[in-house]
Design a protein around this ligand. Structure first.
Ligand code: COD
Ligand code: ATP
Length: 211
C-alpha cells in the first residue's frame, strides 16, 4: 500500500532538511513551495490573475513575479489583511492539482511508495487538500532559533522574519494535528537519525500492507 506523509513545520524549523533526507532514503517528495513557484511562472494563468489583483508592479522588468515586492504586500507591516487570502485563493487550487498529478503517477508506478507531501501551510489547508495522510509530521524548533536562522540564511531582517512567523499557524496547532514531532533543536545528525528511523517504520508499513 502507498503510505502518504504530510510533512510540515514552522518556517526555518528544518522541514526542507528533513524532506531532503527522506528523498535520499527513497521517498517521493512533493514540495509545495516548489509547486508554488511553478504555478506563477510567466505565461501561466496564476501570474495573470495575480497581476489583475495586485497590479502591474507585481511583475518585474524580466516578466517574472517580483517575489520580494509581493511578499511585502502579503506579509509586510502595511499589508492588507486580505491580501494573503487573495493570493492563496489564486495559487492553492493550482498547486493541489499539480500535487495530485504527481501523487497519482507515483502511486501507479509503485504500489508500495512512501509519498511525502512537504507542505509549509499544512495546518491551515489540511481540510482543503484532496489527500488524506497516514502520518502527519511537524518539524519544530523554538521561535527565537527560527528567527536567527531566517536572518542568517534568508537575508530577512528581524521584522520580516517575525511577520512571516505571525502569518502562519501556531506551533500548538501544528503539534495538535501531527502524530509525530521532529525536534530540530538538536544537532542535525541527531535529527536525521530520527528521520531515518521514521522512514524505516513507514517502509515496513508500506511493504506489510501490500502483502
Ligand atoms: C508571497 C511569495 C511570492 C513570497 O515568496 P518568497 O520567495 O519570499 O517565499 P517562498 O515562496 O520561498 O516561501 C518561504 C516560506 O514562506 C512561508 N509562506 C509562503 N507562502 C505563505 C503564505 N501564503 N502564508 C504563510 N506563509 C507562507 C512558508 O513557510 C514558505 O516555506 C510566495 O511565498 C507565494 O507565492 N506564496 C503563496 C503560495 C503559498 O501558499 N505557498 C506555500 C506552499 S502551499
Ligand atoms: N537540527 C538543526 N540544527 C541546526 N540547524 C539546522 C537544523 N535543521 C535545519 N537547520 C538549518 O536551519 C535552516 C533552515 O532549515 P530548512 O531550510 O530545512 O528549514 P525549512 O523549515 O524548510 O524552512 P522553509 O519553511 O523556509 O522552507 C537551514 O540553514 C538549515 O541548515
Amino acid at each position: 500500500m502507498v503510505i502518504r506523509i504530510g510533512l510540515t513545520g514552522g518556517i526555518a524549523a528544518g522541514k526542507s532538511t528533513v524532506s531532503r533526507r527522506l528523498g535520499e532514503l527513497g521517498a517521493t517528495i512533493i514540495d509545495y513551495d516548489a509547486l508554488a513557484r511553478q504555478v506563477v511562472e510567466p505565461g501561466g494563468v496564476a501570474l495573470q490573475r495575480i497581476v489583475d489583483v495586485f497590479g502591474p508592479e507585481t511583475v518585474g522588468a524580466d516578466g517574472k513575479l517580483d517575489r520580494t515586492w509581493l511578499a511585502e504586500r502579503v506579509f509586510g507591516e502595511h499589508a492588507d489583511p486580505h491580501a494573503r487570502q487573495r493570493l492563496d485563493a489564486i495559487e492553492h487550487p493550482l498547486i493541489y492539482e499539480l500535487a495530485k498529478r504527481i501523487d497519482m503517477q507515483t502511486a501507479r508506478q509503485n504500489s508500495s511508495a512512501v509519498i511525502v507531501h512537504d507542505i509549509p501551510l499544512l495546518a491551515e489547508v489540511l481540510h482543503d487538500l484532496p489527500f488524506s495522510f497516514d502520518h502527519i509530521v511537524t518539524v519544530e524548533a523554538p521561535e527565537s532559533i527560527r528567527i536567527e536562522r531566517m536572518i542568517r540564511t534568508r537575508g530577512m531582517d528581524r521584522a520580516q522574519a517575525q511577520a512571516r512567523i505571525a502569518s502562519q499557524s501556531k506551533r500548538s496547532a501544528r503539534i495538535a494535528m501531527a502524530d509525530t514531532v521532529v525536534d530540530s533543536n538538536v544537532d542535525v545528525k541527531t535529527m536525521l537519525a530520527r528521520v531515518d528511523s521514521l522512514y524505516a517504520t513507514w517502509r515496513d508499513e508500506a511493504s506489510a500492507s501490500g502483502r
